[in-house]
Design a protein around this ligand. Structure first.
Ligand code: MLT
Length: 206
């Protein structure tokens, strides 16, 4: 069954509350962001999958050949697999808004899914993403609420790449907000506050 495509921590939402997907970074697992996910939106359900490819023992959602160089064939495989997983969980909670956030490699698998299927998420938070490929425009991106966060001195997911993604998303109709700090790849409180506001603001397109 598609809901079992990934090992995952899963908690059901309370009535009419959102379902929040959380995607960990390289070397994390399904536990990395689950506590944070639980604090973001009152009564929300959580789906936190574990990446199923390993780089010297570190879990990731897709392969890369070097730092910042993605295996695009594996990314395509992983994107389709994650879409099937998300669709299955969505179907179990139809009528609930669906939000997703991810950090680093988790932001990148979420970005790949969202750019291919923007209709799967009412809101998305990309924390330190790095989209190295040229995405295809998608009409359903228009009006989607996306938060993008970054550190200006991030050596792993460099700020100019994030800036390019922010511009691309805005140019293609998404409603983008951002939070950029002066530090590196670490998650700072301002980003977590921005994510909580993003998930608790006015309702976006369904
Ligand atoms: C990636 O490979 O997804 C990014 O470079 C970030 C990371 O190190 O996970």
């Amino acid at each position: 069954m598609s809901k079992d495509l990934y090992q995952a921590l899963v908690h059901a939402p309370q009535p009419a509350r959102p379902l929040v997907f959380a995607f960990h970074g390289t070397g994390g697992d399904e536990h990395q962001l689950v506590e944070l996910a639980g604090t973001l939106v009152a009564g929300a359900g959580i789906v936190s999958p574990r990446g199923d490819v390993f780089e010297m023992g570190a879990a990731r959602f897709f392969r890369r050949t070097a730092e910042g160089i993605y295996d695009m064939e594996d990314l395509a495989r992983a994107t389709d697999k994650m879409i099937a997983f998300i669709e299955a969980h969505r179907a179990s909670h139809s009528g609930h808004p669906v939000y997703g956030f991810g950090y680093s490699n988790g932001a990148n698998i979420l970005a790949a899914v969202f750019l291919k299927r923007p209709d799967l998420f009412e809101r998305v938070g990309l924390l330190h993403p790095m989209v190295t490929w040229e995405p295809d425009a998608h009409p359903k991106l228009v009006g989607r609420k996306v938060l993008v966060t970054a550190g200006r001195r991030d050596p792993i997911t460099p700020w100019p790449m994030t800036e390019r993604l922010i511009s691309w998303l805005s140019d293609h109709g998404a409603e983008v907000t951002s939070d950029v700090h002066e530090g590196g790849h670490e998650l700072r409180n301002s980003e977590l506050t921005a994510l909580a506001s993003h998930f608790n603001g006015d309702v976006g397109p369904g």
